[in-house]
Ligand binder design. Structure first.
Ligand SMILES: O=C(O)CNC(=O)[C@H](CS)NC(=O)CCC(=O)C(=O)O
Length: 276
């Protein structure tokens, strides 16, 4: 299976972002991809709650989701929307940061709501309170497909190794890690974190990333790190998307998953122990 990771610079205008993704999917299909991945918050990257309130939708009537389901069906591809920001019915008005897996008929076959919220002061000037705007998810998800079992994670989840081990023990062979990583933490940690998750689990890690300075009509503009990454189950970086908008390709070979796990079977060497 040929996979394409789309690296983009989402703005806070969902219609513009949709047009961009549709064009990139067409390009990826022309490049031979049968599975296309988009980054976190593909539809809208915004730091303004009131702006999000005015442009986002519930899943059931989200125009980005319905258009991209049609796109997947039209090209007969598998599509991971790394996430869409969608409205929920929660009384506090918080959104969900939700990943969708869409099959070649355009059906949604799996959903995952980001579990770990990025409530972090990266520097005194650069602070994030993701849980102000988004409600955390409560359920880990492994999606079975004919070409691989996919463990779903989003961005900050990458810092929580036990989530990934659970996904691998539940059968995942490929971990999806779409992101909008901050530039500062990305430069310090991004490659090492993704390589560690691959090594610990013997999974491929596929991380489609947001990149660059994101245009914002309201609220602060943000800068993300880019470097969409493909890591092999042995921990090698097979592809790095750099910092430009563009497409990164990889041909998955699941024999590599079995091989890495044969060579170092740490996934099956857990021990019970006493202590803290
Ligand atoms: O806010 C949105 O619209 C979409 N969500 C994000 O961009 C999220 C929360 S702010 N970003 C991360 O999780 C970055 C994690 C990171 O950079 C790290 O772990 O170092």
């Amino acid at each position: 299976m040929r996979v394409a990771l789309l690296q983009m610079t989402s703005s806070d205008q969902p219609a513009d972002n949709l047009a961009m993704v549709q064009q990139m999917i067409a390009d990826a299909v022309a490049g031979g991809a049968g599975f296309v991945l988009t980054p976190e918050v593909t539809n809208c990257l915004s730091g303004s709650r009131s702006h999000q309130q005015s442009v986002l939708h519930h899943e059931a009537d989200d125009p980005t989701l319905s258009a991209l389901r049609d796109t997947a069906a039209q090209h007969e591809i598998w599509l991971s929307l790394g996430s869409l920001a969608v409205k929920t019915t929660d009384a506090d008005g918080r959104f969900a940061n939700r990943q969708f897996l869409i099959d070649p008929k355009g059906e949604i076959v799996a959903r995952y709501d980001k579990i770990h919220m990025f409530d972090v002061d990266v520097t005194p000037e650069e602070t994030y309170r993701e849980s102000d705007g988004y409600r955390p998810g409560h359920e880990a998800v492994v999606a079975e497909t004919p070409f691989a079992a996919l463990g779903m994670t989003i961005c900050y989840d990458v810092r929580f190794p036990y989530l990934h081990r659970r996904l691998a023990k539940a059968g995942a062979q490929v971990l999806l890690a779409p992101a909008a990583f901050s530039h500062v933490t990305g430069a310090a940690h991004w490659h090492a974190l993704l390589q560690a998750r691959a090594i610990e689990t013997g999974c491929y890690v596929l991380a489609a990333a947001q990149t660059g300075t994101h245009p914002a009509t309201r609220g602060p503009s943000r800068r993300t790190y880019g470097h969409s990454l493909v890591v092999s189950p042995w921990g090698e970086i097979l592809a790095d998307g750099g910092t430009d908008i563009g497409i990164t390709y990889i041909d998955l070979d699941l024999e590599k998953v079995a091989q890495a796990r044969r060579q170092v079977p740490s996934l099956s060497h857990d021990r019970e122990f006493d202590g803290p």
